[in-house]
Design a protein around this ligand. Structure first.
Ligand code: BDP
Length: 694
């Protein structure tokens, strides 16, 4: 069995259909375009229809089919757009590969725009990227030369995205370099757009708000200055001359030191509307990020809401406010950001993070669909019961002109694209949920495993009973449990942001030097002291609870009704606080940390049992990553429990495995890591950060 499996570095992702069609299908399509050409090719290569059968592709507008949706009927794919046909083809192929029956009916996308955000710097590095350098940008003399190799990779990238319905990409870091908008770089953007276009992907760019002054020779970047307005109009025109279907701008402004309209006494709306005015005539949009916070303004979790709610109704209709799922920053678990549903006269779009900045990066196996499902299905109660985040953002509750969702990409030059074979599942899951925000994590995991680890050798696409029982089911279960396990060994019960300095990987609850802004240090978030632990966001504390609609406000405000998973997010409680399940808060904390670690050990066993069903390369790679995840989970548990124990002064419950590391050693090792990092950065003079942070 093992012998029949071949070397596999994971580059083919979930697209492993046989490249040779044994029973070629007769594709009938009267229309012609580059997109339809691909649709036909994909079918001819892989669709195993009945011998001699025909499949008709019909492009015809139909009011029941929205945007790039499609209708599957007997022997026909029908859509209003060419891209809809291509999506219909991928749907058929997916069903064929997973052995699911082809369901007839209409398939409409939940969001009009389904985007990846690449945090790629123009020198080829990627902010929070863990899978090698950028596939779009590189350093060196030939950095702008477009090679055949570049094009092949971009084509593969576009195809993978189209296969899950992703139709756009912002190509550069939100901490944007002004150079992005110079003719040299725009030339490369055009080359990328040309390759992506036949797969239905539009390109977008992150822009630096002070570009007019930095590269345009103007004395200001004030959004109300006529010269500045003209500069942006000219720039936008230049872009559309090169790229007629350019998508628009993504903007991080007045956030973490980035310039923005407030530098000139203007508002976010002034800034966004000025850009929207330039893009509007060409059909472009502005995605204006709501990720803003200032040290001076108290609880960081409240700030996006406080800044943006007063602006509701002031944005042009081609502006979408892009908000991270949670109010702080992509933590292992956060409640949804209260902006969702509360901005009723503005399009608001979710920004999810596919790259696992705070979830074990490319080392931990963490399937993110359960987290996104939890978020999308959270009820905001803004328009009564059932006002889920999904419905507040996809146009079903509010009449918004544009709908969109973005995911911060985890893609790099690594052979398997994502660094970890299972991280591919997060790219896949993002696309699937962006297309259909009602899908379950279970269904997505099921599909992804079947597509990514197909039955080999038997000639059948359907998983055998043995393969299902011994491989599919346990691996699926592991994926579905993996996010909760990570929450448990990192930050259970609502703890958040207790990472050590800078890299956001390991624990650092102790890390709080005086020279660093408070809201970048763990003690700000966990507030541990002899009297208790947790951030008081009740009405007696920072009052963040009041940003939530009733009944959530009252529910979150009372520790007795606040869900355990958000307990220390909203409350500062004594160590001996009695939990709903009985037992003290301290004991519960210990139990969660230990349970998370034990689960990773169980994942190792699950994966070892999967060996006969997987090619040796991917088997060994994942096995080795799980070992490292396990070592790291142990460190998380020991570091947090031993650190908090200094305040709780209580024993770790006796039925729980004891820590195996000493706190002083962990702190020492962490200090050494931080010091050597700072030293290296000083030596390098930190070129890439300088580029976009100043
Ligand atoms: C934080 C990242 C930082 C990003 C920032 C953002 O640590 O690198 O620039 O978010 O989203 O999570 O702008």
């Amino acid at each position: 069995m093992v012998l029949s499996l071949h070397a596999d570095e994971g580059h083919r992702l979930w697209l492993r259909s046989p490249n040779q069609n044994l029973r070629p299908v007769n594709v009938i399509c009267s229309a012609q375009s580059a997109v339809l050409e691909i649709a036909k090719q994909e079918l001819e290569q892989s669709w195993q229809g009945k011998s001699g059968a025909s499949l008709v592709l019909t492009v015809q507008s139909d009011e029941r089919i929205r945007g790039d949706g499609f209708r599957l009927g007997p022997g026909e794919i029908r859509a209003s757009t060419d891209l809809g046909i291509l999506y219909g083809v991928y749907e058929l192929l997916r069903r064929q590969q997973t052995g699911e029956s082809v369901r007839e009916g209409i398939f409409n996308p939940s969001y009009e725009r389904r985007l990846l955000n690449h945090w790629d710097n123009l020198n080829g590095t990627i902010e929070r990227g863990y899978a090698g350098h950028s596939i779009f940008w590189r350093e060196g003399n030939d950095s702008l030369t477009v090679t055949e190799q570049d094009k092949t990779l971009w084509r593969e990238y576009a195809r993978a995205n189209a296969s899950v319905g992703i139709n756009g990409a912002a190509l550069n870091n939100v901490n944007a370099s002004p150079w992005m908008l110079t003719p040299e770089y725009l030339g490369r953007v055009k080359a990328i757009a040309d390759v992506l276009r036949p797969y239905g992907m539009q390109v977008y760019l992150s822009i630096k708000f002070s570009s007019p002054a930095l590269i345009g020779g103007l004395s200001t970047s004030d959004p109300l200055d006529p010269g500045v307005i003209q500069w942006w109009h000219d720039k936008v025109k230049e872009i559309y001359t090169l790229i007629p279907d350019f998508g628009g701008f993504l903007v991080k402004a007045n956030s973490e030191g980035q310039p923005g309209p407030q530098d000139f006494g203007r508002t976010h709306a002034d800034g966004a509307n000025m850009l929207a005015g330039a893009l509007g005539p060409f059909g472009g949009i502005v995605m204006w990020r709501a990720f803003v916070y200032k040290t001076s303004e108290g609880d960081r979790a409240k700030q996006a809401y406080s800044e943006f709610i007063p602006l509701d109704g002031q944005f042009r209709e081609n502006v979408i406010v892009q908000s991270k799922n949670g109010p702080v920053d992509f933590q292992p678990r956060e409640p949804f950001s209260p902006l969702f549903g509360a901005m009723k006269k503005t399009s608001v779009m979710p920004e999810l993070q596919i790259t696992q900045e705070y979830l074990g990066q490319s080392i931990h196996l963490v399937f993110l669909a359960p987290m996104w499902e939890e978020f999308l299905k959270s009820d905001t109660f803004q328009e009564g019961k059932g006002s889920t985040v999904a419905r507040c953002t996809d146009g079903s509750l509010f009449p918004q002109k544009h709908t969109a969702i973005a995911g911060v990409s985890n893609i790099g030059l690594d052979a398997n694209w994502c660094g970890h074979d299972f991280a591919q599942a997060n790219w896949y899951a993002f696309g699937r949920l962006a297309w259909d925000n009602t899908l379950t994590s279970e269904q997505i995991a099921d599909e992804w495993i079947k597509l990514t680890f197909p039955e080999t050798g038997s000639g059948s696409v359907v998983f055998s009973k043995d393969r299902t029982r011994q491989f599919l089911n346990p691996v699926k279960q592991m994926m579905l449990e993996s996010r909760e396990a990570a929450v448990d060994y990192m930050m259970p019960l609502g703890l958040h942001h207790i990472f050590s300095a800078d890299d956001h990987y390991g624990p650092g609850p102790w890390w709080g030097p005086r020279f660093v802004r408070k809201d970048w240090t763990p003690p700000y978030y966990h507030q541990a002291e002899p009297g208790g632990v947790g951030f008081d966001r009740t009405i007696k504390g920072s009052d963040a609870v009041s940003q939530y609609h009733e009944p959530l406000k009252s529910q979150f405000n009372d520790p007795k009704t606040c869900p355990d998973m958000f307990l220390l997010w909203f409350h500062h409680l004594p160590w001996d606080y009695e939990m709903k399940s009985g037992g003290t808060l301290w004991d519960a904390l210990c139990t969660h940390y230990d349970a998370g670690l034990q689960q990773v050990r169980a994942f190792q066993k699950t994966w070892d049992r999967a060996e006969p069903w997987v090619d040796p390369e991917r088997f060994t790679a994942v096995q080795s990553k799980l070992r490292e995840q396990c070592r790291n989970a142990q460190i998380w548990k020991d570091a947090c429990l031993l650190y908090f124990q200094q305040f709780s002064r209580r024993p770790v419950p006796y039925d729980i495995e004891r820590p195996v590391n000493d706190l002083e050693d962990l702190i020492q090792a962490d200090n050494d890591r931080i010091m050597s990092r700072f030293r290296r950065r000083a030596e390098r003079n930190d070129p890439d950060r300088k580029d976009h942070r100043e």
